[in-house]
Write a protein that binds this ligand. Structure first.
Ligand SMILES: Cc1cc2nc3c(=O)[nH]c(=O)nc-3n(C[C@H](O)[C@H](O)[C@H](O)COP(=O)(O)OP(=O)(O)OC[C@H]3O[C@@H](n4cnc5c(N)ncnc54)[C@H](O)[C@@H]3O)c2cc1C
Length: 288
């Protein structure tokens, strides 16, 4: 359980970090909270020769409102997210989600940027970011670019990041005031990754869903944005028939692995159950 040897670097700016990653090549890795990367190094599933620690870069910290968006610095910890008033006021689903990640010890150091960049389908934030229509700000040696969360995840541990690029911030459009939200996660015990989980953001007007967006965690090689299921609910009153149709559409796009959390059939069905519960809670919160 001891990682292989590596050189440690602690840059103090994004420019210095991406310069180091470019110079050191593909065997170098960024490290944020280290709560996914270090366990993988201990198991020798990752063996970077150089670690570039993002922890000394002040520009990667902080949460701010900008226009109609909230921008979260990549090095914001899950613990800081939970305590942020702006997040509580504008994006409460992020607090509900962060509180279901691991335990306080992990949340004190695990970062939002690390959670979304890691590419593990078991991470909770990616499906929520897809549900919210978030955009990732990314910087590499050839400059900055923006990638929609819905286009970022390409396979297990395989994302749209080019070698040497880092996520610097996450930009999230604030859903309408009074929106409904819920993140429902089935796990075997406290601190476990999801057997299946569902995120819902919902805006209701006159008893009908004006808009609805659904994300699913750990029921495929990547987090999923359930576009057809979301469409099935828009314009409906979230009556039983509409919910059943949406659940069927969501279950159809899943392809979970068989592991100690259950068979593919069980995990697909649990995705449907989590979605049904998340829709009911989101509808209640939307005041419908
Ligand atoms: C016991 C335990 C239980 C856990 N349970 C859960 C859970 O239920 N749900 C959940 O979502 N997570 C869970 N985690 C993972 C935890 O949330 C991690 O903190 C998170 O996945 C990664 O964040 P990090 O800051 O620790 O990243 P690190 O471990 O430092 O990095 C992870 C990966 O992302 C890359 N990376 C990190 N930051 C950036 C960046 N800014 N730009 C580009 N690449 C970057 C690294 O190079 C590495 O490949 C658990 C971890 C532990 C130890």
């Amino acid at each position: 359980m001891i990682p292989g040897s590596f050189e440690y670097h602690r840059p103090s700016s994004v420019k210095e970090a991406v310069g180091l990653l470019a110079k050191l090549g593909e065997d170098a890795r960024a490290v944020a909270g280290g709560h996914s990367l270090i366990p993988m190094m201990k198991l020798r599933l990752a063996a970077p020769t150089n670690l570039v620690d993002l922890g000394g870069i002040a520009d990667l910290k902080g949460i701010r409102a900008e226009g109609g968006d909230v921008v979260i610095g990549a090095m914001t910890t899950q613990h800081e997210l939970i305590g942020a008033k702006l997040i509580g006021d504008k994006l409460p689903i992020l607090i509900e989600t962060a509180e279901l990640i691991a335990d306080p010890q992990v949340r004190y150091v695990g970062t939002v940027g690390g959670n979304v960049a890691n590419g593990d389908p078991g991470n909770d934030m990616p499906a929520v970011m897809m549900c919210l229509g978030a955009t990732y700000h990314v910087t590499g040696k050839s400059g900055e670019r923006k990638i929609a969360a819905r286009e970022f995840y390409q396979g297990a541990y395989f994302t749209a990041l080019e070698p040497g690029e880092i996520v610097t911030a996450i930009r999230i459009p604030v859903p309408p005031a009074g929106h409904g939200y819920a993140y429902e996660k089935l796990k075997r015990k406290v601190g476990d990754y999801a057997t299946a989980a569902a995120a819902v953001i919902l805006a209701m007007k006159g008893g009908k869903a004006e808009s609805c967006s659904i994300g699913l965690t750990n029921v495929a090689e990547t987090p999923l944005w359930a576009e057809e299921a979301s469409k099935a609910l828009t314009g409906s009153s979230l009556d039983d028939a509409a919910v059943k149709k949406a659940v069927a559409a969501a279950e159809k796009i899943t392809s979970p692995a068989s592991d100690r959390r259950g068979t593919p059939q069980y995990r697909t069905r649990m995705a449907g159950v989590m979605l049904t519960r998340a829709l009911a809670r989101a509808k209640q919160r939307a005041g419908a």
